[in-house]
Ligand binder design. Structure first.
Ligand SMILES: [Zn+2]
Length: 88
């Protein structure tokens, strides 16, 4: 059984949809029971969508200066979200 911590560590792969089937199933199961992680992933998805739009349609996964700067930003936002989620 997945813990909330494990799920948040997998959040990148979850949003990318790159999880192996077995893990996807346990993530789904956890999300079905855990309101906090559902909310957490929703925030993350919104954030990623937002940043993706600001960046236009550039492909993800390229290592240009721009995307590494965005990566730092995402990291900060994620940390803030982490704190907010933990508060509740
Ligand atoms: Zn959870």
């Amino acid at each position: 059984m997945l813990t909330c911590k494990e799920l948040s560590a997998l959040s990148d792969e979850i949003l990318e949809g790159s999880l192996p089937f077995k893990q996807k199933a346990s993530v789904k199961l956890h999300l079905a029971m855990c309101k906090h992680c559902r909310r957490y992933l929703n925030y993350l998805k919104l954030t990623v969508d937002m940043i993706g739009k600001n960046e236009g349609h550039s492909a993800t996964g390229c290592n240009s200066d721009v995307s590494s700067a965005e990566g730092v930003k995402i990291d900060q936002i994620m940390r803030r979200i982490d704190k907010e989620v933990l508060k509740k």
